[in-house]
Ligand binder design. Structure first.
Ligand code: GLU
Length: 506
């Protein structure tokens, strides 16, 4: 039997989750679901200095909003928890001890000052200091002291870190599912710290131990972790474990393709780089989010899916369900993916149009309530059906439909000048008379009565319909005038016409 696919998203709670992180989560989720596997969330919070209050909640809320649920993770305990690294200290401690006992890791007592001094000395010679196979034997570590001395120094409480003992002159053939084979010599690596003086593991150790214990079969993560792959493979070997498969996802680049997409790019060009808005707990600075900017999660998910992957067909709109079928790690690109805010808007427009009228109406109704506009859901649905096709966001609807709810208080000057002529008041007064006689104010009936009346006047449609529109809307925009009149009703229509006659008199 083949092994059950298990993947994980392993963010560090150091701030809001960048959309690049959401894409990593999404690809993991899609891969797991495609193969009938499990998607885990693991919080990598061993770096106490970078811990940010609220970030873990933010990560969970973001995944929930995007509709990418995890099968196991904090609050959803499975068999291999806990899923927060800060709750797994004892596990790391015993594992680092294993490596030390096997001679794969060692204690290093060099102080930060000593190491800085070394770096400076090397720099002065135009060289770069590296704590590794070439230097470690001359440094302050347990590789060349007796067992007794080591014990004594540990017992005396001397500060130490544990470093990985990089094998010498070993050629590594690494396989990445996206990039293919990569060859590296262990000689270019340094002896990374695995365990810190604060009694916590570093990312490298915790990550490998957890991926192994959590039975992860595929590690799918951002390209920035590719340089760590040789060390990770060596760690698996040192433990005597089989390594999972690795896939490193391409970077998400600025719209101009020059460098990694950052929050600053978003601030500059007016688009969010976070799924949800985030308030920095220290500075109070607020970063905008896709949710609060009015985007539908389906649009954001579809956009993210295409940042680094494409199905190889013309189809662009994919539901999450469809994505799980179509997604293929082999179709993930190697090259960085340029972020395109306009394409994101395009996806939003598509999904907005595909949304049921009722869903949009509910959201709009809520907004109208907040604006203290007195209306009801049936009327809002009726309006939404008419104006929706011109909107991209719920927030566009007011601009497109305010006149269905409120009479204009003034008239757009240019339009008024163009449309309201000397004889217009006289014409509109006659229109008011005609309308007053109409019992059935349905759109069809209005058309049936008013149109022939205009023809009989012999003035041309524009002479009547344009000021009619201006009176109802305050501008020369909006859907069919008869639709507006019928919707707002007879009294309101006549009221607005009279208001226009009075206010546009000259
Ligand atoms: N904690 C790492 C991060 O924040 C996880 C890297 C990995 O997936 O191995 O991105």
């Amino acid at each position: 039997m083949t092994q059950k696919v298990r993947v994980r998203f392993a963010p560090s709670p150091t701030g809001p989750l960048h959309i690049g992180g959401v894409r990593t989560a999404l690809y993991n989720y899609l891969f797991a679901k495609k193969h009938g596997g499990d998607f885990l969330l693991r919080i990598e919070d061993t770096d106490q200095t970078r811990f940010v209050e609220g970030a873990e909640e933010y990560i969970k809320n973001s995944l929930a909003w995007c509709g990418i649920p995890y099968d196991e993770g904090p609050g959803k305990e499975g068999e291999v928890g806990p899923y927060k690294q800060s709750e797994r200290r004892a596990i790391y401690e015993s594992h680092v001890q294993d490596l030390i006992d096997k001679g794969e890791a060692y204690y290093a007592f060099d102080t930060p000052e000593e190491l800085n001094q070394l770096r400076e000395t090397y720099e002065a010679k135009g060289e770069k200091f590296s704590y590794g196979p070439l230097t470690r034997n001359e440094l302050n570590n347990s590789l060349h002291i007796s067992k007794e001395e080591l014990q004594q120094r540990l017992d005396s409480g001397e500060a130490y870190v544990v470093r990985f003992k990089t094998p010498i002159n070993k050629s590594l053939q690494l396989k990445d599912e996206v990039r293919g084979y990569i060859e590296v010599s262990s000689d270019v690596l340094d002896d990374k710290v695995l365990f810190k003086s604060d009694g916590l593991p570093t990312y490298h150790l915790a990550n490998i131990v957890d991926d192994h214990l959590m039975k992860i079969t595929h590690v799918i993560r951002g390209e920035e972790w590719l340089p760590s792959l040789p060390l990770h493979i060596l760690l698996y070997e040192a433990f005597g474990w089989e390594a999972p498969k690795f896939a490193h996802l391409p970077l998400i680049l600025k719209p101009n393709g020059k460098g990694k997409l950052s929050k600053r790019d978003g601030d500059k060009d007016g688009f969010p780089v976070f799924p949800l808005a985030w308030e920095d707990p220290t500075s109070g600075e607020v970063s905008r989010g896709y949710k609060e900017d009015g985007y539908l999660p389906s649009a954001v998910v579809n956009m993210l899916a295409f940042l680094g992957w494409n199905p190889g067909t013309e189809q662009e709109l994919f539901s999450l369900e469809e994505l799980t079928h179509a997604f293929d790690l082999n179709k993930v690109n190697k090259a960085g993916a340029k972020f395109d805010p306009n394409k994101t808007k395009w996806f939003q427009q598509q999904y907005f149009q595909l949304s049921p009228d009722e869903a949009i109406a509910n959201a709009y109704f809520e907004e109208l309530n907040n604006m203290e506009v007195n209306t009801n859901i049936d009327y809002v649905t009726h309006v939404v059906k008419t104006v929706k096709e011109r909107a991209v966001f719920v927030a566009d609807l007011w601009e497109l439909s305010s006149f269905y709810f409120e009479a204009p208080s003034d008239f757009e000057a240019k339009a008024a000048k163009k449309v309201w002529k000397e004889d217009t008041a006289h014409i509109i007064k006659q229109l008011v008379e005609v309308l007053s006689e109409i019992e059935d104010f349905s759109e069809a009936n209005l058309q049936q009565i008013v149109k022939p009346w205009i023809s009989d006047l012999g003035l041309g449609f524009g002479k009547v319909m344009q000021p009619f529109r201006l009176s109802l809307v305050g501008d020369m925009k909006g859907p069919d005038v008869f639709h507006i009149a019928s919707s707002i009703g007879k009294n309101e229509t006549i009221k607005r016409l009279n208001f226009a006659i009075k206010n546009l008199a000259d």
